[in-house]
Ligand binder design. Structure first.
Ligand code: PEP
Length: 253
């Protein structure tokens, strides 16, 4: 059985005070829910990780980071390693988020190194994939997502990949207010699960969690979660409002 998972990506938002109060509000509002068969994580900016981890230490809400560098230490100015993230209490890390692919310019090859480094460092990667609008319109969604998954997981054994959560986030739906329909999400999630079955085995394909992300709101979370292969939600904008994020978590239980 795949346990639902809802993660909130705060991106480059919040400040010292609001990151702590948002985490605190989420922890209090989810106290009774989260132990009931759902995993929840918040993903603050690097500089607030420690403060947020401290606030959430007695809760069931885990903390993730928005990125990781693939080297373990050394002369890599500005970068953060998996062991550093682990050291401050991170459990999860985003790898290959669309903003890192398309705004910062990360390649499939770099993202693959990051997924491997995260697993090596004891973190649970949330590995993001998804097509651009032009790629969807050109009927290239399967081709693009297949390439991203094959490349991102290259060289990893089934045992290592079992630490990974996949997030399907169509780029045209991120931060745009356009959400994939539940059928569109299900179609791609089922394709990803089938691909993982071919790359690894049926057990891994059955057990791995595949989240949907892209303008998830309290009003569309439940219908997305009704789909057979949608195991959870990666939430951006709506995770910055405690009431909205908690409503999404409730819809996913
Ligand atoms: C995201 O940042 O992963 C995301 C899905 O953002 P939004 O929910 O704002 O579209």
């Amino acid at each position: 059985m795949r346990k639902p998972f809802v993660a909130g990506n705060w991106k480059m938002n919040t400040d010292n005070h609001s990151s702590v109060s948002l985490a605190d509000e989420i922890a209090s509002a989810t106290f009774g829910i989260v132990s009931h068969g759902i995993h929840v994580a918040v993903i603050p900016p690097f500089v607030y990780l420690q403060a947020v981890t401290r606030v959430l230490s007695a809760s069931n809400v885990a903390v993730g980071a928005q990125d990781v560098y693939h080297e373990s230490n050394g002369a890599f100015t500005g970068e953060i390693s998996a062991s550093m993230l682990k050291d401050v209490g991170c459990v999860y890390v985003l790898c290959g988020h669309s903003e890192r692919r398309h705004v910062i310019g990360e390649t499939d090859e770099l993202i693959s190194k990051k997924v491997a480094a995260a697993i090596r460092g004891g973190l649970l990667p949330i590995f993001c994939v998804g097509e651009l609008l032009a790629e969807r319109e050109a009927s290239q969604t399967t081709e693009v997502v297949t390439r991203q998954i094959r490349s991102g997981l290259a060289g990893l054994s089934a045992e290592k990949v079992s630490a990974v959560t996949i997030a399907y986030e169509p780029v045209w739906a991120i931060g745009t207010g356009l959400t994939a329909s539940p059928q569109q999400a299900q179609e791609v999630h089922a394709m990803i699960r089938k691909l993982l079955g071919e790359m690894y085995d049926a057990q891994l394909a059955d057990e791995i969690r595949i989240l949907y992300g892209g303008s998830v709101k309290p009003g569309n979370a439940a219908e997305l979660m009704c789909e057979r292969d949608v195991d959870g939600l990666l939430v951006g904008g709506a995770s910055l409002n405690a009431n909205d994020f908690v409503a999404i978590i409730r819809a996913a239980v």
